[in-house]
Design a protein around this ligand. Structure first.
Ligand code: B12
Ligand code: SF4
Length: 483
């Protein structure tokens, strides 16, 4: 039996444009799949996940590589299940790699000796990818996936002949099939490949088909937070968000006992007590939340965790259960400070809901409220209202602190907002300043050429832009969220 190894290289750039990397090979005798060619060094494929934020305000607690990449770990788990040997490289710590570092990225890809290259991207990595692949693919099969491909699959195939297929949505089923070049793998849900005129919706993988993430890969790699998923999907459809396209509106929950056995393995492998629950809809199903908390208490693992929460979904009982189970912080996206704007972006929330929810949660947990600015239809007064709302929440007396984070709205291609306002995109000022070296300018050219694949480097035109910038500058000190 030949050994067939897949090498997964995961690349992510943190907010200061530093990048991290790590790789491991699984035991060759774990491989049973003979359909893959065997290269000299035993690796058969490689995946690179690229994320390259320019926004200096991180969205979650982790933006510095303490959190291993859950999506690629799940793909690793899916390959394990098929007996396909793989390796994973997390390039988040590679200091030489930023969103414009074409030369550095090409040499990272050259280091990888595997006939299948899988690229796991956030949308801000697309221009780098497009610029790099013609120099870096070297005849290997290239598969691309991750949240960044949403709305851009066809464009990627058209722009980059080196890409064999793009997977939109959840890839635990499609990816191993593609790696093995299984018959009809190009026709699976979520797979967009050349020659197919069919537009398939993003793939959705049911809980029973979701593998356990390959937690063992995290051992001794310096990560310190476990990324935990207990459900996928979100029933809301906020106009600026791509989760509906990525994971669908139907919420698919994992059984709590499965989640907890997974968590045990993860805590052991990462050697930590810190957990980030990544679910977008965690606080929506109260019975699931209560059961998760209860069972965590029973197990007595002394875990500390953080959650994302919609302010109008946490009642007193849920807050109390969360605090008792070790939840220390809730991230609450409010995303605007005035009811008209909240309605306009279909947030399903009012300012008064938000205040009540934050007040309630802050009796039990630290709360990080996040809001966004730069909507194409946002007035200066509406931005002031958002800042004022955050300020007022922060300054109210509560048992736990409330912080405010402010993000600039990032145009995401697969959103209703983009469909309506894509004509009104403006290149970010700081982008041109970033790209000064020869290789960086090549990436900038890609960004300038195509606003869809380059959308992460644009903003929507918004009224009173300069005055808003000044307002935010003045507010900067107050929005800094202590870790
Ligand atoms: C954790 C997280 C982060 C972490 C990532 C840390 C890490 N090491 O992984 C950090 C904090 C870095 C982060 C940052 C940002 N994030 Co974020 N993040 C998330 C979050 C909450 C969970 C991601 C996750 O792990 N999901 C669970 C796994 C199972 O899903 P997955 O990663 O998508 O992987 C599946 C598929 O995508 C696919 N897949 C993945 N890789 C590959 C590779 C191949 C080859 C194939 C075929 C398939 C494939 O299969 C996987 C298994 O099903 C999501 C919300 C969400 N619902 O997903 C937002 C989300 C992905 N983030 C988003 C955004 C906007 C950002 C920021 C731009 C925010 C900001 N302003 O700073 C930054 C920039 C990212 C960057 N360049 O660093 C957006 C989408 C962005 C986009 N379209 O690319 C999301 C969807 C949030 C939202 N509501 O809009 N984020
Ligand atoms: S912003 Fe949050 S609540 Fe709204 S659709 Fe996205 S994940 Fe769901």
């Amino acid at each position: 039996m030949h050994c067939s190894c897949v090498q997964i290289a995961v690349t992510a750039v943190n907010e200061s444009c530093a990048v991290r990397e790590s790789r491991i090979g699984l035991a060759p005798d774990a491989c049973t799949n003979a359909a893959l060619p065997t290269p000299a060094n035993g690796d058969a494929a490689s995946i690179v996940t690229l994320t390259a934020p320019l926004d200096s305000v991180p969205f979650t607690v982790d933006s510095d590589g303490t959190l291993p990449p859950l999506g690629p770990l799940l793909l690793g788990g899916a390959l394990d299940r098929r007996g396909i040997c793989w390796t994973l490289a997390d390039t988040q710590r590679r200091a030489e790699l930023g969103p414009f570092s074409l030369d550095a990225f090409v040499s990272i890809l050259h280091e990888i000796d595997a006939p299948v290259l899988g690229l796991s991207v956030f949308n801000d990595a697309l221009p780098l990818l497009i610029a790099a692949l013609p120099h870096a693919a070297r005849g290997r099969r290239v598969l691309v996936g991750g949240p960044g491909v949403l709305g851009n699959a066809e464009t990627l195939l058209a722009e980059v002949p080196e890409i064999e297929a793009v997977v939109t949505g959840e890839a635990e089923v499609a990816f191993p099939e593609l790696v093995c070049a299984a018959p009809r793998s190009h026709t699976l849900p979520g797979v967009v490949a050349r020659g197919s005129s069919l537009r398939r919706p993003a793939a959705v993988v049911e809980p029973a088909d979701q593998p356990s993430p390959a937690w063992q890969w995290c051992r001794d790699r310096g990560y310190s937070v476990v990324p935990l998923s207990t459900m996928r999907g979100c029933p809301f459809a906020c106009q600026f968000c791509e989760v509906e396209v990525l994971a669908g509106r139907r919420v698919r929950r994992q059984d709590v006992s499965t989640v907890l056995s997974d968590l045990r393995r993860a805590l052991d492998a990462v050697a930590t007590r810190r957990v980030q629950v990544l679910d977008d809809a965690f606080t929506l199903a109260k019975s699931h939340l209560l059961r998760f908390c209860r069972e965590l208490v029973v197990r007595g693992w002394d875990v500390e965790f953080e959650i994302f929460a919609r302010p109008n979904t946490l009642d007193e009982e849920s807050c109390e259960a969360l605090a008792a189970a070790g939840c220390r912080r809730a991230y609450m996206g409010i995303d605007a400070g005035d009811d008209e704007l909240l309605r306009r972006v279909s947030r399903g929330l009012t300012v008064s809901d938000a205040i009540t929810g934050v007040d309630r949660a802050a009796r039990w947990l630290e709360v990080v409220v996040s809001t966004m600015w730069g909507y194409p239809f946002e007035s200066l007064a509406q931005l002031s209202a958002a800042l004022q709302l955050g300020r007022c929440m922060r300054d109210r007396a509560s048992a736990h602190p409330v912080h405010l984070m402010v993000h600039r709205l990032q145009p995401s291609v697969a959103t209703p907002l983009f469909a309506e306002h894509h004509e009104r995109l403006v290149l970010l000022d700081e982008v041109a300043d970033h790209a000064t070296a020869r290789d960086e300018r090549a990436v900038l050219d890609v960004i300038r050429r195509d606003r869809r694949t380059g959308s992460a480097f644009y903003r929507y035109e918004t009224p009173d832009y300069l005055q808003k910038c000044r307002l935010l500058e003045a507010y900067q000190e107050e929005i800094t969220c202590p870790r």
